[in-house]
Design a protein. Sequence first.
Length: 301
Amino acid sequence: MYDLKYYFDFIFRCTSKAKEAKRALAVINDFAEQVILQRRNELMHAPKEQQVLEADNQQTAGSKRRKTLLDILLNSTIDGQSLSNVDVLEEVQSFIFAGHDTLSSALMFFFYCIATNREWERKCYEEIRSVFGTEIDAISVSRELLNRLHYVDLCIKESLRMYPPVALIGRKALEETKINDHIIPAGANIGFSPLIFGRLSEVYDDPNTFKPERFEEVACENSAKLNPYTFTSFSAGPRSCLGQKYAMLQMKVTVVYILLSFNMEYAGDATQELKLSNEVTMRTKDPLMFTVRPRDVKSVN
């Protein structure tokens, strides 16, 4: 939970939480630095035939693998100079910190939404079965197959609209801007809430109802409203979430394995509105409880 006094650095540095945060950050930095040093050393001494090839447009690359984010950073240059280990570390940290809590929050609300809307849970499950089959150990996940999960994609977007992991996004105005009759001065700090925006009736019809079909790409009466700046769970524009596609793939992979393996039912009162808590990421004040039953599949590890 946010505490106002922790916003002031000179106060925060005097608390036990500051020492705890410093110890935790040291562990993360040490681990990331070791990975960076090890990979830089491998790239420096690897024969040319073993160099990583970029294969964004290929599903497979033979005996050679695609470039990872770390490989791209280590091979990048600015004004002819390679990025330092500190530069690479800062970029890697962005993915480490931004991708864990947000993903777990998004998945929690996704399973809540489909567990309380059984028709969509059934559609997602049947779609996953049609694409991947039911033999868990035999599943071969690829981007091409994940992109075929139409209903899963709709449900993820709708759950993100209703319960975005990041409820408040901060921005700073680089220049004076006029929006309608309001003047935003240059240098002003601005808070934008995807949570509130996603519940505006001016933007979405029946905003408090789980309706994944609203994100259908087919022409419909309200399709004109759903432009790229309508869906803001990942923000939008040039400073939108740089891990958006990666996050969607991660969520789909997790959903595939869990829905193939288990039938999930919400154990709480689905008629009661969730009480939300805006911590580092969006949470519920009370734990979400589910009844989880193994499905009758050929192999579940």
